[in-house]
Design a protein around this ligand. Structure first.
Ligand code: PRX
Length: 668
């Protein structure tokens, strides 16, 4: 970093200058990432990716074409190559003599453990693939996976990939209704679930949600599901549908340990993952095989500086999110990593559980979300101080902007003031990391994701799609195709084009605001659309509003994401009650009852993660003359700020009314 281009650097710039952490010479000398990667990619971006694809992925039939962008915005990468994702993640390591290497150190929340080598994984995945095939799963089918964090979750995903069936993992925190709509949209043939899992010191159930999701519903067609495969984890009693339900352990244990992988085209679907958009209906983001594997392997190796022979890697995400797909399952396993998988919460049975796990397994690379870091900050630094964290050498952050204070705390308290921190920006849609420092190369800067990776064209543009100069702000866009980019929204090509490619024709609109500092480093500023980011989870304001108005109490609802110290944003709902219920809200007891009913209703419609933190009963909502709700003003109210410019309101007295009549917050 240098300010030689400027004789009077801004105060902001100076601040960054003093707070940048250059890599140590020792780290730089042994790092996977090298500065020359940027030059190489700049010289020929497409060839750069072809080289990564040849080096990091094993092909049954080598590809001869790299990028075909003639069908834009649907890209084809490595299209004439064939391969198998599970073979790449597992078998080839065993064939290379690494069968005894630990792939997974599993730690259950109650303290039970399991060690799985690559050879074990090969046997398990092959058996599971055979079991799935016996249940009728074929290449091209879809399988919904609704599981806690277990070894079986990884095995289930890889078994699908081995058969060429696309998996669609649904996070266990989603409700039966949310699960049902995803099963229906994907047209899934099989659901893989568990009796339950351990969470916060107690078994919690999962199978009942699957039963409810698959139950006949008046006016709706029956689902396409033929079988439900059930992992036994907690020994809870489960309802059993004869002929449909099958125990995982019975089916898998009975299956053969040899399975020939299905060799698929590079563009064969690998998975569909549903994520929230700006409308009420979640989008099924489609990823294919060759490009996705190339970029997840490349980024996992270089952004985390994985040294597969010696590192112990741990990503705390759930496999229900894209981070779990790319940086628990595919990236690490493709690179032959040894990793920790933990079932439970960070504070069970005590608030040092994560650090105890780091100490126990000698974790050296740790990847988590800012919301978790902020929670740990709140709990106090004396807790991590009780554990030996000296094995850590790279720390990662993902999911939301990390504030510089949390970044500094992470580095100082968890990283002993020594480890590089990689703040990684990416999305379900991008499939893999796009913007991040490279450890050993980049001088890291607290709070900034900094630079597009080699081979990635990310920039910040203004309203007219002109790149902003250093020091300017605007929208984050991706101007060139990348290997792990989404190939569409399942069953809705038009929505894919409208959502990502119409705001700025021909370039990908990420939906995030961003600025460039005086060094040209990128700072992410949060979503610019109706998507919220709560604890790193993506939620749609419209989806929660639809859930609220589907309750008989509610006439109208508006939802905003309000700034929150720990979760980044919190869901705050403003509701107008139907006439006959409006009076009830007048008493403390009545309003508490209404809030509880509505929060439970949202949990049932979408899942507990979408529950509003506060529900404010109001008589009116602020609307423009054309009837559009002015969420900006509601956000001011929710964040206890003076209300901004309200001159475009149809009725300017509404904001006074809202502020005067606010109900009390309902805390969890
Ligand atoms: O707003 C950005 C935020 O998370 C969104 C993507 O969410 P999702 O698809 O659920 O994937 C999350 C895990 C990759 C983005 O549009 N986001 C993600 N990483 C960062 C971030 N915001 C700021 N900094 C990040 N490092």
């Amino acid at each position: 970093m240098t300010d030689s281009h400027s004789t009077s650097p801004s105060l902001e710039n100076l601040l960054h200058e003093t707070r940048a952490f250059p890599p140590s010479p020792e780290f730089a000398a042994q790092a996977n990432a090298q500065p020359s990667m940027y030059d190489e990619a700049a010289a020929d971006r497409v060839e750069f990716w072809a080289r990564q694809a040849r080096e990091l992925v094993s092909w049954k039939t080598p590809f001869t074409q790299t990028l075909d962008w003639s069908g834009a915005p649907v890209a084809k990468w490595f299209a004439d190559g064939t391969l198998n994702a599970a073979y790449n993640a597992v078998d080839r390591h065993v064939e290379a003599g690494l069968g005894d290497r630990v792939a997974i150190h599993f730690e259950g929340e109650p303290g039970d453990t399991r060690t799985v080598t690559y050879a074990d994984l090969q046997r398990e995945v092959s058996r599971a693939a055979n079991a799935l095939a016996t249940l009728g799963v074929e290449s091209g089918d879809r399988v919904v996976i609704y599981l806690p964090m277990l070894v079986e979750s990884v095995v289930a995903m890889l078994a699908c990939a081995r058969l060429g069936a696309a998996h669609s993992v649904v996070f266990g925190g989603f409700s039966a209704d949310a699960l049902r709509s995803r099963i229906a949209d994907a047209g899934a043939k099989l659901v893989i679930t568990a009796d339950g899992g351990y969470r916060r010191g107690a078994p919690s159930a999962l199978k009942p949600a699957v039963d409810a999701a698959l139950a006949a519903k008046e006016g709706e067609p029956a689902t396409t599901v033929e079988h439900v495969l059930v992992v036994r984890r907690t020994e809870q009693d489960v309802e059993w549908t004869q002929g449909r339900d099958v125990w995982w352990h019975e089916a898998v244990e009975a299956a053969d340990t040899f399975h020939e992988p299905a060799w698929v085209d590079a563009e064969h679907p690998l998975f569909i993952l549903y994520t929230s958009g700006t409308t009420g209906k979640p989008k099924g983001i489609l990823h294919t095989t060759g490009g996705y594997l190339t970029q997840t392997a490349f980024t996992h190796k270089n952004v985390f500086d994985l040294q597969a022979e010696s590192d112990v890697y741990w990503c705390t995400a759930d496999i229900g999110w894209v981070t779990g797909h790319s940086y628990i399952v595919y990236g690490p396993l493709l690179n032959g990593a040894t990793q920790v998988i933990y079932e439970g919460t960070p504070d069970t049975p005590h608030r040092g559980r994560w650090w105890e796990i780091v100490q126990k397994y000698g974790v050296s690379i740790f990847y988590t979300a800012p919301t978790a870091i902020r929670a740990c900050m709140k709990w106090g630094e004396e807790i991590p101080a009780e554990f030996d964290l000296s094995s850590l050498r790279v720390l990662g952050s993902v999911g939301e902007p990390i504030n510089p204070e949390a970044w500094m705390w992470y580095r100082r308290v968890i990283g002993s003031d020594r480890t590089p921190i990689v703040d990684t920006w990416w999305q379900t849609e991008t499939g893999a990391i796009m913007i991040s420092p490279l450890p050993g190369v980049t001088a890291t800067k607290p709070g900034s994701a900094q630079v597009p990776l080699p081979g990635i064209a990310a920039t910040v543009v203004d309203d007219e799609a002109n790149p902003v100069p250093d020091g300017g702000g605007g929208y984050l866009v991706l101007s060139e195709p990348w290997p792990s980019m989404l190939r569409g929204i399942w069953g809705d090509l038009q929505r894919f084009k409208d959502t990502y490619w119409s705001r700025f024709p021909g370039i990908y609109f990420a939906g995030d605001g961003a600025k460039k500092d005086e060094d040209g480093d990128i700072w992410l500023l949060g979503r610019v659309d109706d998507v919220m980011n709560v604890s790193g989870h993506r939620l749609s304001t419209t989806e929660i509003e639809s859930a609220l108005v589907s309750n008989e109490l509610v006439a109208e609802a508006a939802v905003v994401g309000a700034a929150d110290d720990v979760s980044g944003q919190a869901v705050v709902a403003f509701v107008i009650l139907r006439g006959e219920h409006a009076d009830e809200a007048g008493t403390d007891e009545g309003s508490a009852r209404i809030e509880k009913t509505l929060r439970d209703h949202v949990a049932q419609e979408i899942g507990p993660i979408a529950k509003p933190k506060r529900i404010l009963v109001v008589a009116e909502l602020p609307k423009t003359r054309s009837g559009k709700i002015m969420r900006r003003l509601l956000r001011d109210v929710a964040e206890n700020r003076e209300v901004g410019d309200a001159t475009t309101l149809a009725d300017s007295s509404v904001m006074n009314l809202i502020q005067a009549g606010l109900a009390k917050p309902a805390e969890d």
